[in-house]
Design a protein around this ligand. Sequence first.
Ligand code: MG
Length: 231
Amino acid sequence: MQACAIAFDIDHTLAVDNKIERIAFLRLLARIDGEGGTMLGTLDQETGAIDALLERQRSGAFSIDDAVRRFVGERGVAHPKPFVEHFCEIVLSLVDHIVVPLPGVPRMLTELRARGIATAVLSNGWSPLQQRKAERAGFAGPVLASADIGAAKPDRRAFAALVDRLGLPAQCVWYVGDNPCTDIVGAHAAGLRTAWYNAEGRSYPSDLSPPDAVITDICDVIGLVALPVGS
Ligand SMILES: [Mg+2]
């Protein structure tokens, strides 16, 4: 039996987003300042606060809408709803300008499509952004976002939703990602096969479950589907 589907992380696997959400928050800061709100510190301090807020949001502590509400509320904005809508508009408008597919990704995806190999994306984040980022990377298949699933990587429920969507046994699905903790450990625990994308010559943490394969060129995922299960 051969593995018959490949699923991907997005950030630093298919594309880089160049801190698109941080940029959108900084744009909001300008609007807050212009509408009578109050900055809480210097621009460097505000950037640090934005990064900390986004880190908590990505860990699943709250939604991106809630992150925007918290951000503007802490800066004296009484009616956050227009800011939430504005934030989403800013981010989505920036995708084509800021998100960049990683080298080899469009060619690799074209090759997988030509071979009829099922693919999917599983990414932590809010759905419209993850969808647009995947499209920007040239990915045309299903995109699952943690905000819709209700669980974020490395939670095995996120990977279970991915496997359900593909309609295959977990051991027939490869998950390809750059993050040992969220991608490799999570997918391994859920029974998927794992490929660590290590484009930067990093060392894999010795205390984590190891990947089934290590690739340094994203096009090497094409060879994964030729590996029989259990190899
Ligand atoms: Mg990543």
